[in-house]
Design a protein around this ligand. Structure first.
Ligand SMILES: [Zn+2]
Length: 190
């Protein structure tokens, strides 16, 4: 309904401009998680790390009941980002999860949103993991968390074909037209 407005949001966000939290802020976030105040923890993490989910994309849902494999899911139309209990294992991992989902929203907005279970989907994932790895220090990820991020990245990278791997080695995560999700925005140049 407001697709035209979405295109006005800045593109891929090559410079991430995140803020590193101080000890007091980390303690505050840890307390919110410990008290199971998940929505507050998400909101404060976004504020403290400078991780705005871009405009109206703040609908949050925390599933702490059902077993669920992922940390968070951005719905195909990016209207809702769902967080599961898995996202809250640590403050850095929560920040990483928000950051990861924000990359997906940026992909959608810039016209690089892949069809579900396609090469486009997988290149979207590889980009989100790669960009998370680049800000690992600011997020404060532990060695184990960095390894988890890298392992998840490789599960998607393995599925890519040679042409997408070549693009990535050249720094491009663009999704080919045939791999884009139907109905999603297209790149502004087209
Ligand atoms: Zn993802």
């Amino acid at each position: 309904m407001v697709l035209a407005a979405w295109r006005t949001v800045p593109g891929s966000g090559a410079s991430e401009s995140l803020k590193r939290p101080n000890r007091i802020e980390v303690a505050e976030l840890q307390a919110l998680i410990k008290e199971a105040r998940y929505r507050d923890a998400i909101t404060r993490t976004m504020n403290i790390f400078g991780l705005n989910l871009l405009g109206g994309f703040s609908a949050l849902f925390v599933n702490d009941q059902e077993p669920y494999p992922d940390d968070a899911v951005t719905l195909p139309d990016i209207s809702v980002v769902r967080f599961t209990i898995n996202a809250f294992v640590s403050v850095p991992w929560l920040a990483r999860t928000i950051f990861h989902e924000r990359v997906h929203i940026q992909q959608f907005l810039r016209g690089d949103w892949g069809r579900t279970d396609s090469l486009g989907d997988w290149v979207n994932e590889v980009e989100a993991y790669d960009r998370s790895a680049r800000v690992a220090d600011v997020l404060g990820l532990s060695g184990a968390e960095r390894q988890t991020n890298a392992a998840l990245r490789s599960t998607y990278y393995r599925r890519l074909d040679a042409s997408y791997r070549l693009r990535i080695s050249g720094g491009s995560y663009k999704v080919k037209t045939e791999d884009r999700a139907p109905g999603a925005p297209t790149p502004p140049t087209e």
